[in-house]
Design a protein around this ligand. Sequence first.
Ligand SMILES: Cc1cc2nc3c(=O)[nH]c(=O)nc-3n(C[C@H](O)[C@H](O)[C@H](O)COP(=O)(O)OP(=O)(O)OC[C@H]3O[C@@H](n4cnc5c(N)ncnc54)[C@H](O)[C@@H]3O)c2cc1C
Length: 388
Amino acid sequence: MNPETDHAIIIVGSGPAGIATGLHLLKRDPALAQRTLILEKARHPRPKLCAGGLLPDAVTQLGRLGLDVTEVPHIKAPWAHFTFQGRGMQMTSGKYNYAFYVIRRHEFDAWLATHARERGLTLQEETAVQAVRREGDRVFVETNRGSYTARAVVGADGANSVVRRAVQPRSTGNVARLLEVLVEPRDSNDPAALPHAPDEAYFEFGCLPDNIQGYIWDFPTQEGGAPRRCWGVYDSRVDSKGARGDLPGALSQFMAAYGYGPQDYTLQAHPIRWFDTRATLSTPGILLVGDAAGVDASFGEGLSPALGYGEIAAEALAEAFARGDFSFGDYRERVLAHPLGKALRARTLAARALFGMRSPAFQRLLWWRLQGLLKWTINHFLLNWTER
Ligand SMILES: Cc1cc2nc3c(=O)[nH]c(=O)nc-3n(C[C@H](O)[C@H](O)[C@H](O)COP(=O)(O)OP(=O)(O)OC[C@H]3O[C@@H](n4cnc5c(N)ncnc54)[C@H](O)[C@@H]3O)c2cc1C
């Protein structure tokens, strides 16, 4: 082995899942973290399509790593509104008195990467991993800048993961479709439309009868300190056999009520891979985390899961090195037994129930009449997993 390119661990990807894995390793086993290399195909600050909603679970996870999200430019949304055809409920986190923070991902991820470097982790940018394979007791990582080897590799390379191909040679599906746009704030020009307050966040499920298995969102955000709105549409596709709705059409129809025409924005698309309890999450020498492994099916919330996976993976890695056993045969069970795994499993079930029944009558009953039950279910089974 070439000592310059051979490492104990290689983490592929420096988004929240990759950086959290590195930072948790530093906490658990600093010597092992010193022998870890993080490979990133881009250079921070790099663009990442994401609405940037950072839930209290994510803020708690960051706090456990000694990180304070208020160092990053952000909006603190006091309320999140959940509506069907403009009517429904609003929620805040009772304990923390806000619904969620909204950050911009290029700023947030660059901030995480800076902290990782300052604490001593090695991050090599502009290195795109092209293939990963295990031979003997090493995993070989081929990149645009040559070959590297490691005892263990972590696939933190997002929804279109290259590392996942070595773990799941056949795609499992479970991919949600998303479109997102960034616009300047405007007032509604439609008296029938629910007014949107400047700092509040909105989830509208009125697109369900049009075969979109999710919602349209409108979040407050900022660009260089100037107020912006981030709009988008989430289609989970949990019912993979269901007809495919028209995402651009649904988004433009909804945004039209708030004064936006298609000429006002550029649509951007990126998938999310959601959590499936049956999916393979590891193979000898290789683990998946974050979007590469699978995140929230119900709302497409991936930031707190990405940070949580980092904690689980770091524990599995530290134990593997202590025992000299790199089979990672129990990694899936570790994820499923963790509060994050339980919440992700519940969110996949919730998505199947909520988005499987797309009739307006059922959705009206749910959002207009059963708000207490919905809030209780969301708080006890879907969110707040860091408190369990
Ligand atoms: C439109 C949209 C809106 C969203 N909104 C929200 C939201 O409001 N709140 C929320 O919680 N979640 C949201 N999500 C989900 C969230 O963005 C993801 O779940 C989260 O980014 C997952 O983090 P990750 O670290 O696993 O992957 P990523 O953030 O995708 O990071 C992967 C990293 O790996 C690098 N990489 C990729 N391939 C390679 C390679 N071959 N070699 C080396 N490096 C590589 C990438 O450059 C990147 O830096 C949204 C997603 C989308 C698409």
